[in-house]
Design a protein around this ligand. Structure first.
Ligand SMILES: [Cu+2]
Length: 155
């Protein structure tokens, strides 16, 4: 096959795949995530708790240090379900796992959003990998407009 045609086909395929998966591209995430997780000092992890309710995150601002191991405890103390949606933040961390307080754990390298049922708790074990300031917000109805948003800083 002619190289130019092959390139055009490859490009079309890439664009089609990108269109089929808006917002998702594996290369946007921390590529050496597994190595970072393995190298981190989990015995000295720092626990940080965020409480979700109507309509806020407490605390509203989180600050994490690059390379340190964290257990981010997300607790829904409200009367509605809420999201901890932070796609840019999830792309800036090496994720080890998400653990439920009673149902088990999920090991996955990439996350987009985390939903918490009423009374629910999920713990995110991760290592910050890319410095920056990232938004977190709830995508349910008008929760964000009502104030359910915050900021996550990796320094
Ligand atoms: Cu909400």
């Amino acid at each position: 096959m002619h190289a130019k045609i092959a390139n055009r086909i490859a490009l079309t395929l890439a664009l089609t795949l990108a269109a089929a998966n808006p917002g998702f591209a594996a290369e946007d995430y921390v590529v050496n995530s597994a190595e970072i997780v393995k190298a981190a000092d989990w015995k000295n992890l720092e626990k940080v708790t965020v409480t979700l309710d109507e309509f806020s995150y407490q605390p509203k601002k989180l600050v994490f240090k690059e390379g340190k191991a964290y257990q981010l405890i997300l607790k829904n103390a409200g009367e509605k379900k809420h999201y901890f949606t932070a796609p840019e933040f999830y792309k800036a961390i090496a994720t080890r796992k998400i653990q439920s307080n009673k149902d088990g754990e999920i090991k996955a390298p990439y996350l987009l959003a985390v939903e918490l049922m009423v009374g629910g708790q999920l713990d995110l074990y991760f290592v910050p990998a890319k410095k920056g300031t990232y938004p977190v917000y709830c995508t349910i109805d008008d929760h964000q407009k009502q104030g359910m948003e915050g900021q996550i800083v990796i320094e």
